[in-house]
Ligand binder design. Structure first.
Ligand SMILES: [Zn+2]
Length: 87
C-alpha cells in the first residue's frame, strides 16, 4: 500500500472543494442545529475557509439538514469557530 501516508480526502458541502481531512471540520445535523460530529449518525464536512463565509455555508447547511433556522446555524457556527481558535 503505497498511499499509506496520504491523508483521506473529503468534500466540503459548501464550496464542494476536495481537501485533506485535517483541513475540514466534521459536523452532524441535530434537531435543526449542528454539532461537532461525535461518531454517531451521519456526518458532513465543512472547510475552515467556508466556516467564515456565512451566506454560502448557511445555504449548504439548510440543504444538508433539511430543516433548522438560520439564526441557530449562525450562532452555532460562531461558537464552533471560537472553540476551534482556542484549540
Ligand atoms: Zn468549503
Amino acid at each position: 500500500m503505497a498511499k499509506k501516508f496520504n491523508l483521506p480526502i473529503r468534500m466540503c458541502i459548501s464550496c464542494r472543494d476536495r481537501q485533506a481531512q485535517n483541513q475540514l471540520l466534521r459536523f452532524k445535523c441535530i434537531e435543526g442545529s449542528i454539532e461537532i460530529f461525535d461518531g454517531i449518525g451521519r456526518s458532513f464536512y465543512i472547510c475552515k475557509n467556508c466556516l467564515t463565509q456565512d451566506k454560502q455555508v448557511l445555504k449548504a447547511l439548510m440543504r444538508q439538514c433539511r430543516s433548522g433556522d438560520k439564526d441557530k446555524f449562525t450562532n452555532r457556527l460562531k461558537e464552533i469557530i471560537a472553540d476551534d481558535r482556542k484549540s
